[in-house]
Each structure stands twice: as C-alpha cells, then as structure tokens.
Design a protein around this ligand. Structure first.
Ligand SMILES: NC(=O)C1=CN([C@@H]2O[C@H](COP(=O)(O)OP(=O)(O)OC[C@H]3O[C@@H](n4cnc5c(N)ncnc54)[C@H](O)[C@@H]3O)[C@@H](O)[C@H]2O)C=CC1
Ligand SMILES: O=C(O)[C@@H]1CCC=N1
Length: 270
C-alpha cells in the first residue's frame, strides 16, 4: 500500500478508470484518492466507496502528493488557473494524461520548477491492463520511478521521448477503440457464418486475447504466428488476403497516423 495521496482532476472516462485500477491493484485505498468533477453529484457512487470527492479543484489539490490532470485539452487552461495558488511546486508531483498538452505548456501556466510527467494510459487501466507511456522534460529519477511504480500496478509501462507522446496517444490510448472495433467486426463476420451475436462476440474477443498473448508471452512476431495458421491453399490465407485486398493493414495504419496528427492539435493555448 502506498502512503501518497493522489488527486485526479476531472473524473470522467479515463480519470475514473485510473481510480478504479489503482484501488483494484491494492496500491491505494479509495480514501487516499481524491476525485474532482464540476458536478459533484455525479461522483456520489464513488464517495460511497470511500473516495474523497470535490467540485473545488483548488481545495482538492492542496493535500495531494501527486496530481493527475485528466480534463479535456480545451478545459486545461481554466483548471490550471484555478489550481495555481494551491500548488506547491517544491513538494508536489504533477502528472497529466491530457493529449497534446506538453510539460512546458503546463509549467508555463503553473511554475517552472514544478516536476511534470505526461502519462498516456488507456481505459483498460480500470482492469490493470493498460499500456501506459510516460515522458518528462524535468522530473527527477525518483519521481519517474514513482510514476512507473504506480502505473506498473495497472498494466505495462514504457518511458518515451516527450515528442512521441501524441504518437503514443494514437497507438495505445485510441488503440483500445481500434482493436475493439476490429473485434466487433470479427464478431459481425461470425454472425454471418452462423453464430448468435453474443457467442460470436465472446469467441472473437477470446481469439483476439489469444493472439495478443501469443505476442506478449512468447515475445513472438505476428507474421511468425500467422505463418503457423495459414495452411497452403487453406482458408486462412484466402480470408487474410481478401482482407488485405480491401485495405485492412492500410486502414489501420492510416487511422493511427490521422489520430496522431489530431492528438497534436487538440490543445489551443488561447
Ligand atoms: N478516454 C481515454 O481513453 C483517454 C483520455 N485521455 C485524455 O484524458 C482527458 C480526459 O478524457 P476523457 O476522460 O475521455 O474525457 P471526459 O470528458 O470523460 O472526462 C473529463 C472530465 O473532466 C470533468 N471536468 C471538466 N471541467 C472540469 C473542471 N473545471 N473541474 C473538474 N472536472 C472537470 C468533466 O466533467 C469530465 O467528467 C483528455 O485530455 C484526453 O485526451 C488520455 C488517455 C486515454
Ligand atoms: O479521443 C481522444 O481524444 C482521447 C485521447 C486518447 C483517447 N481518447
């Protein structure tokens, strides 16, 4: 169990996923996590579970050791103005999951001496399965270790160059939606070839999980594993080539490039 107190500013989809994952990991009790939202009533369910809940961001950050900024990019400036007087740059570690907002953008609004770490998790953080990328331009090795230790309990982590954070957003954070849509599409194919929808979805999801685990557990390459499935003159290569003729890989690559471009354009400094 961790003795730090953590405040998540903006408890929406990713903020709440993070809060759930941290409690599930056993690293934090709910009581050590403060959640903020403009409408505090929408956090009643979390208050009942022991989380601290606030609609006042400035108050909520005062006692925090670690702050996690999790509002939309267009909400960032207003929130940073609000919390600035309550921030202690020498004592607090500031993390942000906001796409497209750099460490420098945050320090320019708060304090130059504030240690800032950008973190890019995905929604599977709620079940401790996130791929979380993090980057900094000024945090100490000790602070980076703290961030890594926290996010290691809710999935896998990798430290990257800050310039790659928007790319990480596309590949890993948006990526959850891309793979979910792939699974959904596979299940729709499954229905066409004879399965009830609920069976087809379960079968497609477990197949996707097996494919991912082949790569992760065996440190294998996709094409090596694909070669094992594609019997000569068989049905797998026939289906796979049909998908490629229709732009399967190309669509995924183009989608990731588009998301990465948009991720870099989300923040307007005003
Ligand atoms: N949803 C995702 O999978 C991921 C999102 N992100 C980033 O996380 C941030 C949040 O995204 P989502 O959770 O999807 O959005 P969201 O809209 O679900 O959550 C934002 C939350 O902030 C709250 N909020 C807005 N203004 C506030 C204020 N002044 N004080 C307190 N709370 C306030 C909203 O009520 C909302 O609940 C974005 O910057 C996004 O780029 C990063 C990784 C993954
Ligand atoms: O769609 C978005 O902008 C956010 C960032 C990554 C995932 N969701």
């Amino acid at each position: 169990m961790n003795s730090n107190k953590i405040t998540i500013i903006g408890s929406g989809n990713i903020g709440l996923s993070l809060a759930k994952g941290l409690v599930k990991s056993g690293l934090y009790p709910a009581s050590a996590i403060t959640l903020t939202r403009r409408n505090i009533n929408s956090l009643a369910e979390y208050a009942a579970q022991g989380f601290q809940t606030f609609d006042n961001n400035a108050q909520a950050v005062k006692n925090a050791d670690i702050i996690v900024l999790a509002v939309l990019p267009q909400q960032v400036n207003k929130v940073l103005d609000e919390i600035k007087p309550s921030i202690n740059p020498e004592k607090q570690l500031f993390t942000s999951v906001v796409s497209g907002v750099t460490c420098n953008n945050i320090k320019a609004k708060l304090y130059d001496s504030l240690q800032v770490v950008r973190v890019m998790p995905n929604t599977s953080i709620a079940i401790q399965q996130s791929m979380t990328c993090f980057a900094t331009d000024n945090a100490s090795a000790e602070s980076l270790k703290l961030v890594k230790d926290i996010f290691d309990t809710v999935g896998m982590t990798i430290q990257i160059e800050e310039g790659l954070m928007t790319s990480a957003t596309a590949l890993c954070a948006c990526g959850i939606a891309f793979f979910l849509r792939s699974i959904r599409a596979a299940s729709q194919g499954g229905v066409e070839v004879g399965f009830h929808a609920h069976d087809a979805l379960m079968m497609a999801a477990q197949t996707a999980k097996g494919a991912a685990d082949l790569l992760l557990q065996l440190a294998s390459h996709p094409e090596h594993e694909i070669d094992k499935v594609t019997s000569p003159k068989g049905c797998t290569i026939a289906g796979l080539n049909e998908m490629e003729h229709n732009g399967f890989s190309s669509a995924m690559i183009k989608g990731i490039k588009t998301s990465a471009k948009i991720a870099g354009e989300l923040y307007t400094k005003e």
